[in-house]
Design a protein around this ligand. Sequence first.
Ligand SMILES: [Zn+2]
Length: 384
Amino acid sequence: MRTPMANAGQFTRPALVPQATAVLRPYGSFSSSLVHSRLTQRQGYCGLGPDYCNSPDCQLDYGPACDGNKIPSGANTSSIPRPALGSVPYGGVGIYACTVPGTVALTYDDGPYIYTSYVLDVFKYYRSKATFFVTAINNGKGEIDDPSTIYPPIIRRMLAEGHQIASHTWSHQDLTKITPTQRRDQMIKNEMALRNILGFFPTYMRPPYSNCDAQSGCQADMVSLGYHIVGSLLECFYFQSESNTTQLKTYFDLDTNDYNLDSPNLIQQAKNNFANGIQGNATTSDHLEIGHDIHQQTAYNLTQYMLSTLIDAGYKAVTVGECLGDPQVNWYRDSSGNGASISDTPSSVAATTATVSPTAAKPVTTDATCGPANGFTCQGSPYG
Ligand SMILES: [Zn+2]
């Protein structure tokens, strides 16, 4: 049965949150003013605000004011042994496609954020799974393992509901443009933060800006740290534009370009990109798609479309590990370096996993489609 539950009341309807107090960097769009800020910053001027204090815009070399220099609590994970788990390749040029026919791996980078709970609600409704490439302290959102933030229960819910949690570094730095020590810290500190939430940390990662080449040592570092590199397309485009557009890569299988289309008037293009991307025989094809849960239209509009479309086409939405045929126990590593899964979650963590429960209201439409058939309501939307 391809169509999931007919009862749209299963949807959680979290409060539609206003834009974050922090300034969200439009990773996907080029901005001369941002570049100017960055260049000014590189010349060593001091200041307040996201350009100076919030990763990834602030520069690690400018000291403790940059939140990327924070260190999560608890034991450092750097001495944990990292034997290869399973048969999926580690490091190297990375993974850019699934291998299990009939699967689509929908992936979300840069979160969690204020929209992520809603994304989880949609996946729950469609009984589908995603992979979240988590960044711990980007965009001024606070530290993901800070219990005063909304993030620890969201990440535990991802695990409890069968999604895959992977690393997108500590503070979203370009791993080829920082020192080897800083690069290692980017991975280790994200491990510590996720360990503080889950009791273990991921073996899959996606490099910010799609940058993890051999020349910088990044690919070899990911091998020694025990990470599978999952590629993506042109992520966070403007940063690369600033440095060298000729280096832009085409690491993609299916890209919706969602980060450049985050408005009600533009998101249809992302939907079209997705629909075109999954054309083909669902019994023999598979797809690895990238999106970003820090964007409202991706969460409140595109996600539901992608799931309903791929299911109607005969595909199944699974995690990256599943689309590669890698058993779940290989997706995470415990404090001994062995594989770990949800059953290895400490009881103190598991006890809080169930604290995030859905409410019953339908989500408010973001594109004027509403009614029982699609599970959205126009009430409270700009469409009346
Ligand atoms: Zn990113």
